[in-house]
Design a protein around this ligand. Structure first.
Ligand SMILES: [Ca+2]
Ligand SMILES: [Ca+2]
Ligand SMILES: [Ca+2]
Length: 218
């Protein structure tokens, strides 16, 4: 009885089988390459979107951080405020640095609205955030100013709603001068700045909202 030296499972690949295998490999490779390509172009797009968002986040973080470090509010309006921050910890405020590389210890943040709802927030005149607008309601009106101020001094909560607005400080007998603005000694009663804005980048709009306690009031 003739014996076989190679069983079906042991024999090598035939030329036809090799060609079929290479063809399959080529098809799979092209598919794989296509998937890789679309994933990487997808992530490129994501990177660029989040890169822009990161710029806005960094700007917002700077706004919040400096405000938290603020030792005294120097001026406060609905679209701007300035705070003194002793960045170098020497116990005094130097509004403009003697050394050009030093920090400005008086920092002014300003919201500059734009009719296309893509305004800016500037820090001492330099653009910190772009595409900025107030938060809008369904009718397109600002829900609140970009910057509002409140006090922790509940004895001045004249309407007893649990919070003390800038208006209540302005109108408080013996504290405010009742001129409809937050000014003079009234600024020393403010403990919190509320920042409410939206940022539009490409066609995407993100809301930014936070309440920041000033350092000297914590
Ligand atoms: Ca200083
Ligand atoms: Ca109140
Ligand atoms: Ca006032």
């Amino acid at each position: 009885m003739p014996s076989s030296f190679a069983t079906d499972s042991q024999r090598g690949f035939t030329l036809i089988e090799m060609l079929v295998a290479m063809g399959l490999f080529a098809v799979v490779s092209v598919g794989f390459y296509t998937v890789m390509f679309s994933v990487s172009s997808g992530s490129d797009r994501t990177t660029s979107v989040s890169g822009v968002s990161q710029e806005a986040r960094l700007g917002f973080n700077r706004l919040v951080r400096d405000t938290r470090e603020g030792q005294a509010l120097r001026s406060a309006q609905s679209s701007s405020y300035s705070v003194d921050i002793d960045f170098n910890g020497n116990g005094s405020i130097q509004p403009t640095p003697a050394d050009p590389s030093g920090d400005y210890e008086r920092v002014r943040f300003q919201f500059n609205p734009s009719s296309n709802r893509r305004g800016t927030v500037t820090l001492n005149g330099e653009v910190l955030m772009r595409g900025v607008d107030c938060l809008r309601d369904g009718s397109g009106n600002c829900r609140q100013p970009v910057f509002t101020y409140s006090s922790g001094r509940l004895e001045y909560d004249s309407n007893k709603n649990g919070s003390v607005s800038a208006g209540e400080i302005d109108q408080a007998p013996g504290v405010g001068n009742n001129n409809g603005a937050l000014d003079g000694d009234e600024l020393g009663f403010i403990s919190e700045v509320t920042i409410a804005m939206q940022v539009t980048e490409d066609e995407a709009t993100s809301e930014f909202f936070t309440q920041v306690q000033l350092r000297n009031q914590r």
